[in-house]
Each structure stands twice: as structure tokens, then as C-alpha cells.
Design a protein around this ligand. Structure first.
Ligand SMILES: Cc1cc2nc3c(=O)[nH]c(=O)nc-3n(C[C@H](O)[C@H](O)[C@H](O)COP(=O)(O)O)c2cc1C
Length: 381
């Protein structure tokens, strides 16, 4: 099958990845209510069709943190991507770099920051708080030395939500071996030729044998539930570049984020992988945009599966949109070429969505594009 959209890449990823890995990428927490809402609420946003507005030239570019990107879209942090394809984070960073889009490297990526930076596209670095603060300080210093142009501090994982699919797919022995042997492409590409299978950024504290067998248990043991706004100030004191807080879903928290010294936030519920039952990003976004009133850029993610979804997020109040599963599926299915293709599909879909809503520039996309039912933000001034 030649993939025509993100859904096709999901199907290809399912066929290519060992079962437990596909479940890790695809799944959400508990009953996956929020995961479903993210996709469905966004898809339910109706846009106004506008006509006869000369849409022969469309400019998708967008400036963020002093750099002009090809479009207001980036690759958000996704853990363990080095297991979806050989040296997966490097392949994804290359695709993003070629498309002039940001790539965010997860703390729990397979490839280290130095390995990804050597690809030629220096990533944004996504930081999790682990209990060892000296180590967190070292990670910030490493990101600075590598020339990362933004630091994303993920704040919605003080504790880990349970994921039933991971629990069901866990286990080793014969069953795991059968799963691996039933995926010969993956076995050759990643299992044999994609080593080391470690968490590159955490090697110093977890060693070269990453705790992949029970990743969630490792997170529970090492992530720090005592994290508070004081720690954001502590990070602020050590990082003078753009600081982005990821995992904001409440208007009160976005106000506090602005006071804490953050330069931007990602409106996110971690792709429905943390507190199940919270609002979808699409529903949360308008009130957050209203609370922040343009004082800082709003990035958003959750359920974005097309260029049309990107335009919907922008209409709901986002300034920039991050992809999660959309790029992870494509990476698993077809490596760098798959990610590059998904980015091209998204660009093409954005062009059509903008043309048929009568927009020729990104800054023309606002709440006045929203029609009919679905989440409605305040009207922008
Ligand atoms: C497999 C997987 C791993 C993820 N790992 C991280 C991570 O390491 N750090 C982080 O901040 N967010 C992580 N996320 C959350 C994503 O950055 C993003 O918020 C989410 O995927 C958006 O939802 P979507 O995938 O439905 O578009 C992960 C998401 C997935 C699907």
C-alpha cells in the first residue's frame, strides 16, 4: 500500500512494529477517552468555506523564536523513537531539517542529543525532571552546549498514567520472541542493525541497558512528583534561550506559566496518555488562548492527523502545532522517507485548507474561520 494519509501510515506501522511497540505508540491511558476526544473533537471543528479571494499564492511560513519555519508545524517529543526505525530520532531530525521544521528530542529518546545534533539539524531539547537534580542541570548544560535553540520542559508527567495496552502487551519469554520473529523487517532494521537499544540521554544514570522491558515502572521510580513552579524558576535560571512548558491544559496554569518566566507553552494532555477524561486539546485551547491574550506563543498538540487539523488548531487559537503519533507512525512505517512524506502531505493539505477558507497567510487564520458546531474560542481582536 502507498500511504495517502496518516491513517495509512498507522496501518503500515502496525504491520511493521512488534505488537508491544505498536501498542506503546498507539495507546493512551486507562479507557483512552481523552485520546479519542483529541482526535474526534478536532475533526468536528467546522471551518467556513470562502470563495473568490485570489488564493494563487499561499505563504505557509511562520516565525517562532526568531527563526522563520516552513510552516507552523514541528515534530514534538516522542520517547523511544529509536526503536521504531534504525536510529529513529536521527532519521526524523533529518526529515524535519530538510523541511525546515523544528524537531524536539525527548529525554527518553533512543539516540543521544549529540548523535541527533550531528545529523545537521540541531533539535529542540525536551526535558523531564528526574529526581537527581544534578543530572537535570547537566542535561540543560548539554542542551546549551549542543546549540539547542529551545528547551521544552514537560510538566504533565509528575506521575505516570496507567496504560492498559502496555500492561497487556508486557512480558518476555516465548511470546515476546514470537512477536519479534513475526516482524522480520523490524528485526533486521532495528533489532539487529539499530543498536545500541538504550536511552541515549540517560545512559549516565541508567547505563547502556535501558529499562525498556518495564519502561513505565522505571518512570515511576525515577521521575520526580515533587516538581513545582519553583523548579520552573530554577530551570529558568539556568537556561537563557526560549523555555517552553509542555502539558498546559488549564487557563489558570497558562497565566502562572507566563509569570514563571516561560516564553511559550504547549497546550497538551500528552496525547491522552496521562489523565484520562481531561478535555481534548481542541476544547481546552480557546479558553487558554483567551487567558493568555497573545502575551506568549501558544503551541498545541493532540490528535493532529492532517494539514486540515493543523489549520483547525490555528483557528482555535494555536500559533504553532506539534505532531506526535503522526510522525511516529510514519517513521515506523518508512523511516526518514516516511516522515518526509507525511510532512509533505501535511503541507499540501494545509495549502488546500487555506485556499478554500480564503487565507493566503498564516496570520489570517483565526477564530473567524470557525463555523457551525464544535469548540469556539472568543473572537480575536
Ligand atoms: C509514543 C509516544 C511517546 C511520547 N513521549 C513523549 C516524551 O518523551 N516527552 C513528551 O514531552 N511527550 C511525549 N509524548 C507526547 C507527545 O509529545 C504529544 O504530546 C502527543 O503525542 C500528541 O498527541 P498525538 O500523538 O495524538 O498527536 C509521547 C507521545 C507518544 C505517542
Amino acid at each position: 500500500m502507498r500511504a495517502a494519509n496518516v491513517g495509512d501510515y498507522r496501518a503500515l506501522a502496525k504491520a511493521r512494529l512488534p505488537h508491544f511497540l505498536f501498542e506503546y505508540v498507539d495507546g493512551g491511558s486507562y479507557d483512552e477517552v481523552t485520546l479519542g476526544r483529541n482526535v474526534e473533537d478536532l475533526r468536528s471543528v467546522a471551518l467556513r468555506q470562502r470563495v473568490l479571494r485570489d488564493v494563487s499564492t499561499i505563504d505557509l511560513t511562520k516565525e517562532l523564536f526568531g527563526r522563520r519555519w516552513a510552516m507552523p508545524v514541528g515534530l514534538g517529543p516522542v520517547g523511544l523513537a529509536g526503536l521504531y526505525a534504525r536510529r529513529g530520532e536521527v532519521q526524523a531530525a533529518r526529515a524535519a531539517g530538510a523541511a525546515n521544521m523544528p524537531f524536539a528530542l525527548s529525554t527518553v529518546g533512543g539516540c543521544s542529543l549529540s548523535e541527533v545534533a550531528a545529523s545537521g539539524h540541531v533539535p529542540w531539547y525536551q526535558l523531564y525532571f528526574v529526581k537527581d537534580r544534578g543530572f537535570v542541570a547537566d542535561m540543560i548544560a548539554t542542551a546549551k552546549d549542543a546549540g539547542c535553540s529551545a528547551l521544552i520542559l514537560t510538566v504533565d508527567l509528575a506521575v505516570a498514567g496507567s496504560r492498559y495496552r502496555d500492561a497487556r502487551a508486557a512480558g518476555g519469554g516465548v511470546r515476546r520472541m514470537v512477536e519479534l520473529l513475526s516482524r522480520p523487517h523490524w528485526l533486521w532494521d532495528v533489532g539487529i542493525n539499530g543498536k545500541p537499544h538504550s536511552l541515549g540521554n540517560l545512559e549516565r544514570i541508567v547505563g547502556s541497558h535501558a529499562p525498556l522491558a518495564d519502561f513505565q515502572a522505571w518512570i515511576r521510580a525515577n521521575f520526580d512528583p515533587s516538581v513545582s513552579w519553583k523548579d520552573v524558576e530554577w530551570v529558568r535560571g539556568q537556561w537563557d534561550g526560549p523555555l517552553i512548558l509542555k502539558g498546559i491544559l488549564d487557563p489558570d496554569d497558562v497565566r502562572q506559566a507566563a509569570e514563571s518566566g516561560a516564553n511559550a507553552v504547549v497546550v497538551s494532555n500528552h496525547g491522552g496518555r496521562q489523565l484520562d477524561g481531561v478535555l481534548s486539546t481542541a476544547r481546552a485551547l480557546p479558553a487558554i488562548a483567551e487567558a493568555i491574550g497573545g502575551r506568549m506563543p501558544l503551541l498545541a498538540d493532540g490528535g493532529v492527523r492532517s494539514g486540515l487539523d493543523v489549520v483547525r488548531m490555528l483557528a482555535l487559537g494555536a500559533d504553532f502545532v506539534l505532531l506526535g503519533r503522526a510522525w511516529a507512525y510514519a517513521l515506523a512505517a518508512a523511516g526518514q522517507a516516511g516522515v518526509a512524506h507525511v510532512l509533505k502531505l501535511i503541507e499540501a493539505e494545509m495549502r488546500v485548507a487555506m485556499a478554500l477558507t480564503g487565507c493566503t497567510r498564516i496570520d489570517q487564520i483565526g477564530s473567524d474561520l470557525l463555523a457551525g458546531t464544535g469548540p469556539r474560542p472568543r473572537d480575536r481582536p
